[in-house]
Design a binder for this molecule. Sequence first.
Ligand code: ZN
Length: 176
Amino acid sequence: MDSKYYVTKRCKKCENQDRFYLTKKEKAFELFDLSRIRDTPCTNCYSKEYLSIGGDLIELDKELFLEWAFDLNLQFMEQDEDLLIAEKKYIDIILDLIDNYEILNEKKIVLIEALCTIVYDNLKNQENKGRLERQMLIDNVVYELRKRREQVFDVRASIFGYIKDVVFPLIKVDKE
Ligand SMILES: [Zn+2]
């Protein structure tokens, strides 16, 4: 199978890299069998010892977001899911899902948390480079969150306190 979705396993003995091809869904939701990959010998030297198993992060699309938003069993990554999607490039999809679909409440929490995280991370970034772009991004997301204050308020109990402390005053949502 030739696909742009794969994980790479690097052999410890000869440093050969083998690719294990996946479907988009397997890659996005980590639905592959890690032990099978671990147990597959290097195609070059037949050793099973490896240095690393990994790969590039997948570019998410609306199709993947929709599947995820209606299925509690699907996670984009085992950890840090909210960090993965807290990206400028996903804001439009996130808002679309919040506004136009009856998605699972658990997923809505992750999406709103991701938006708050974008604001938080960009506020905390003190680098001079890109300051204007960051401020525009903050203003934009704050504006979108303010329009959805009731929905943010509904999930307030699930948002991290340190994020609430910084972001909620900006969007005029009560923390309690
Ligand atoms: Zn090898």
